[in-house]
Design a protein around this ligand. Structure first.
Ligand SMILES: Nc1ncnc2c1ncn2[C@@H]1O[C@H](COP(=O)(O)OP(=O)(O)OP(=O)(O)O)[C@@H](O)[C@H]1O
Length: 247
C-alpha cells in the first residue's frame, strides 16, 4: 500500500510544483497521474517512490516500491540481463554475486515483458522502447508489491503499449499496487481505478472514470476531447478521441 498525505514539493524556495496531494494506492489497484507537460507528474511519482523528499506532507509505503523511470538514452554499458539483475540487488546483498534464483527471476521477468531475446544485448544499443521494457522487467524482477512507473508507454509501439498495460493488469491481479504517470488518458481509463489530475488550479483526485470525462480532459489539456465507449472482448471500455480541429 502507498499513501500520500498533503504532499507538496518545490525545487526552489518559493515555487511549488504542487501542494496538498493526497491519495492511497491499495493492493491490486492502479492510480494514474495526468497533467500537461511540466505540471509535476515526474516530480510526484518520484516523491511517491521515495526518490525525492516532499517539502510538506508525508508519504507512507507499507513496502518498498519498484521504480521505472522514463527511458532517456542511458549511458549504462551493461547487458540487458545485467540491468534486470540489478533489480535483485536487495535479494543478492552487498558484495555477493547473483545466484541461480536471481538469474531465473530476472529471465522470468524478461519473459513476461517479452524481451528474453535481448538478454545479451548492451543496454546502450537498444532502442528507446526496448530500453523501457528492460527497465520494466528490472522492476518486476525486484519483486516489490508496489510499482511506480513514470510514463511507462513512452517510446513503445502500439503492440508493446498493450503488452505493458496487460502486464500491469496481471500484476494487479496478483495484488500489486500500481502508480503511474501518463500522457495517455486512454491508458488511464483502461488500467486505473483512481486518477490524480495536476491542474493549474491544484490537484484533483477521484474515481478514474468520473475524473477522466470529456469536460475534465478538455479543461486539463485545453483541446477538444470526446470520450467514447467501445467493446473490448466481453468488456465495454471508454477511450478518448482528440479533436484536431483546423483545416
Ligand atoms: N531538477 C529540477 N530543478 C528545477 N526545476 C525542476 C527540476 N525538475 C523539474 N523541474 C520543474 O518542475 C516542474 C515539473 O516538472 P516535472 O518533470 O515533474 O513535470 P512533468 O509533468 O513530468 O512534465 P512532462 O510531462 O514534460 O514530463 C517543471 O516546471 C520543471 O521545469
Amino acid at each position: 500500500m502507498l499513501e500520500l498525505n498533503g504532499v507538496g514539493f518545490g525545487y526552489g524556495r518559493t515555487d511549488w510544483v504542487f501542494r496538498d496531494v493526497s491519495f492511497q494506492v491499495l493492493p491490486g489497484t492502479a492510480t494514474a497521474v495526468l497533467g500537461p507537460n511540466g505540471s509535476g507528474k515526474t516530480t510526484l511519482v518520484r516523491c511517491a517512490a521515495g526518490l525525492l523528499n516532499p517539502v510538506e506532507g508525508s508519504v507512507t509505503r507499507a513496502a518498498r516500491a519498484g521504480y521505472v523511470p522514463q527511458a532517456h538514452g542511458s549511458t549504462f554499458a551493461y547487458r540487458a540481463l545485467d540491468m534486470v539483475l540489478m533489480g535483485r540487488a536487495r535479494q543478492i546483498g552487498l558484495f555477493r554475486s547473483p545466484g541461480a534464483a536471481d538469474q531465473a527471476a530476472s529471465l522470468e521477468a524478461m519473459d513476461r515483458v517479452g524481451i528474453v531475446g535481448l538478454r545479451s544485448r548492451f543496454f546502450t544499443t537498444l532502442s528507446g522502447g526496448e530500453q523501457q521494457l528492460v527497465l520494466i522487467a528490472r522492476a518486476i524482477a525486484a519483486g516489490c508489491p508496489v510499482l511506480v512507473l513514470d510514463e511507462p508507454a513512452t517510446g513503445l509501439d502500439l503492440k508493446n503499449q498493450v503488452r505493458v498495460l496487460r502486464l500491469l493488469r496481471e500484476l494487479m491481479t496478483d495484488g500489486m499496487a500500481v502508480l503511474l504517470s501518463t500522457h495517455h488518458p486512454d491508458h488511464a481509463l483502461y488500467l486505473a481505478d483512481r486518477a490524480v489530475l495536476l491542474t493549474p488550479g491544484g490537484p484533483r483526485t477521484g474515481d478514474a472514470l468520473e475524473l477522466l470525462s470529456e469536460k475534465e480532459l478538455t479543461a486539463l489539456y485545453g483541446v477538444g476531447v470526446s470520450t467514447m465507449a467501445y467493446a473490448d472482448g466481453r468488456n465495454t471500455r471508454r477511450t478518448v478521441v482528440v479533436h484536431y480541429g483546423g483545416r
